[in-house]
Ligand binder design. Structure first.
Ligand code: GDP
Ligand code: GDP
Length: 436
C-alpha cells in the first residue's frame, strides 16, 4: 500500500512550515539522533485519525535567487507532480494577492484536489475575512490558525476525503523491490542500465504496471525484481528537479516503496558529506541497505586498496554497520553479477522470522556470557523475548524496568542476535518493555 501525499503550497510567510510542523508533530524529533540527517525537514509522515500520510512543505524547495513568482510556480508544480491532495494556503490578513492568483491558476489547471486553507484566523471574529477567498474557485475556504492550532481538524477531514482509493499494487508479493539512491552523477542510471543489460535478465515489457509508471519489473534466475526509479534518473530537465531538496523528496518516496535500498558511492570522487546524509535516510526508513561503491574501474588498485576503501566506508557509515559493501563498475560491468545475489539475501533477511524458543536460548546464553547491567543498584532482569514484526525484524524484550536497558547492552544483544541468525543487510530493532 502506498501512502497518500499531501503538499502545502502558498506564498512565503503564509504559515506553511508552521502547519507542516503541526501536522508532523514530534515525529521529526525521532530521527534527530541519526547521523547526517538534517533537521530542516520538508517531507515527513503525519497522521489524522486513523490515516497516515506524507506531507511536503513545498516552501522548502528554493531555486537560488529566482524571483518570487518563478519560485512559486516551481513549488506549485512539485505539488502537482507529487501530491494526491494539495493544501493551498492563503492569508486572512492580506486578502487575495497577485501571487495567490498566479498559483491558483496553475493549481486549477492540474485537476488535482485542492483544499483552500485561510491561515492566521486566530479568533472567531476573523472568520468574516474568509468569504472573499471563494472567488479563487476552490470551493469552501477553511479558516485555520497555525500558531493556535485552530480549524485543522475540519481542514484535514476534507483533505482525507480526497485521498485516492487505496489499491494494492499489481505486483506479486514475493517480488523484491529496490531503489538506487545517491548524489547526482554517482552512476545510478548507468547501474540500472547495466543491471538490466546483464545476461539472463528478462525485462518485463508491461512497462508501468504501477502508478508511478517508471518502475521497471524484471526477472533473473526465476526471481522477480522491480527497480523503483528515483525519478530524475530518467526524467531529467525541469529546473526544480535539480534542487537538492527536491531530489531528497524523490529519494524518500522511492525508499518508502522499497524493500532494499542501494546507496551508491562514487569511488572516483570518494565519499562526501552528502553521501552520508542520503544513506542516513535509507537507514532511518528501516529498509535493507547495500552500500555500492561504483566506478571501481577508475581506481588504481593495489593489494590493499579494497580493504582500505572498505575501512573508510565503515568508519564514515557507522550507522550502516549491517550493510554489505559491493564494489563494482556500472560502466565496465565488472563485478556487477555480485549485486543481485546481495539484494536477494538482504531482502530475505529483512523479512526473516526467527523461532521464539531459539531466540530465547540466544538471549539466555547472552545473559550468561555478559550479565545484565545494574543502574543505581537496580539490576536489569530479562524475562522473555519475542519477534513482533518483520521488515525490519523487530524484537520486544520483556524486562523488569525498561530504563535499565542501557544502549550498550541493547547493542550487545543485537550483536548476539545477529551472530545467531545472520541478519546481514537489514537493520533490526529491539524494544524493551516492562513485563506487566
Ligand atoms: P512559511 O514561510 O509559509 O513557511 O511561513 P511560516 O510557517 O514560517 O510562518 C511565517 C510567520 O507567520 C511566522 O512568524 C509564524 O509564526 C506566523 N504564523 C504562522 N501561522 C500563523 C497563524 O495562524 N497566526 C498568526 N498570527 N501568525 C502565524
Ligand atoms: P546518476 O546521475 O547517478 O544517474 O549518474 P549517471 O549514471 O548519469 O552517471 C554519471 C556519469 O558517470 C556518466 O558520465 C557515466 O558514464 C559515468 N559512470 C557511471 N558509472 C561509471 C563507472 O562505473 N565507471 C566510470 N568510469 N564512469 C561511470
Amino acid at each position: 500500500m502506498r501512502k497518500s501525499v499531501v503538499a502545502i503550497v502558498g506564498r512565503p510567510n503564509i504559515g506553511k512550515s508552521t502547519i507542516f510542523n503541526r501536522l508532523v508533530g514530534e515525529r521529526i524529533s525521532i530521527v534527530e539522533d541519526t547521523p547526517g540527517v538534517t533537521r530542516d525537514r520538508i517531507y515527513a509522515e503525519a497522521e489524522w485519525l486513523t490515516t497516515t500520510f506524507n506531507v511536503i512543505d513545498t516552501g522548502g524547495i528554493e531555486l537560488g535567487d529566482e524571483p518570487l513568482l518563478v519560485q512559486m510556480r516551481a513549488q506549485a508544480q512539485v505539488a502537482i507532480d507529487e501530491a494526491d491532495v494539495i493544501i493551498f494556503m492563503v492569508n486572512s490578513r492580506d486578502g487575495i494577492t497577485g501571487a495567490d492568483e498566479e498559483v491558483a491558476k496553475i493549481l486549477f489547471k492540474s485537476n488535482k484536489p485542492v483544499v483552500l486553507a485561510v491561515n492566521k484566523v486566530d479568533n472567531p471574529e476573523m472568520r468574516e475575512n474568509i468569504y472573499e477567498f471563494y472567488s479563487l474557485g476552490f470551493g469552501e475556504p477553511f479558516p485555520i490558525s497555525g500558531t493556535h492550532g485552530l480549524g485543522l481538524g475540519d481542514m484535514l477531514d476534507e483533505v482525507v476525503n480526497h485521498f485516492p482509493e487505496q489499491v494494492q499494487e499489481e505486483i506479486e508479493d514475493d517480488t523484491i523491490r529496490f531503489s538506487l539512491i545517491g548524489r547526482p552523477n554517482v552512476g545510478k542510471s548507468s547501474l540500472v542500465n547495466s543491471l538490466l543489460g546483464q545476461e539472463r535478465v528478462i525485462v518485463s515489457d508491461i512497462a508501468g504496471t504501477t502508478r508511478d509508471a517508471i518502475d521497471t519489473p524484471f526477472s533473473k534466475d526465476d526471481r522477480d525484481f522491480v527497480i523503483i526509479d528515483t525519478a530524475g534518473m530518467r526524467k531529467r530537465g525541469k529546473v526544480y528537479e535539480s534542487t537538492e531538496k527536491y531530489s531528497i523528496i524523490r529519494a524518500l518516496k522511492a525508499i518508502e516503496r522499497s524493500d532494499v535500498v542501494l546507496t551508491l558511492i562514487d569511488a572516483d570522487t570518494g565519499i562526501q558529506e552528502q553521501d552520508k546524509k542520503i544513506a542516513g535516510y535509507a537507514h532511518e526508513a528501516g529498509k535493507a541497505v547495500i552500500i555500492v561503491v561504483n566506478k571501481w574501474d577508475t581506481v588504481d588498485k593495489g593489494e590493499k586498496t579494497m580493504k582500505e576503501f572498505e575501512d573508510k566506508v565503515r568508519s564514515d557509515f557507522r550507522f550502516l554497520d549491517y550493510a554489505p559493501i559491493v564494489f563494482l563498475s556500472a560502466k565496465t560491468k565488472k563485478r556487477i553479477h555480485t549485486l543481485l545475489p546481495k539484494v536477494l539475501e538482504a531482502s530475505e533477511n529483512h523479512a526473516k522470522r526467527v523461532q521464539t524458543n531459539i531466540l530465547n536460548e540466544v538471549i539466555m546464553d547472552a545473559l550468561a556470557m555478559n550479565p545484565s547491567p545494574s543502574i543505581k543498584g537496580q539490576k536489569l532482569k530479562i524475562f522473555y523475548a519475542t519477534q513482533v514484526s518483520v521488515k525490519p525484524p523487530s524484537f520486544v524484550v520483556f524486562v523488569n524496568e525498561p530504563e535499565l536497558m542501557h544502549f550498550t547492552y541493547e547493542r550487545f544483544l543485537e550483536n548476539r542476535i545477529r551472530e545467531a541468525f545472520g541478519f546481514e543487510g537489514t537493520p533490526i530493532k529491539i524494544f524493551a518493555r516492562k513485563r506487566s
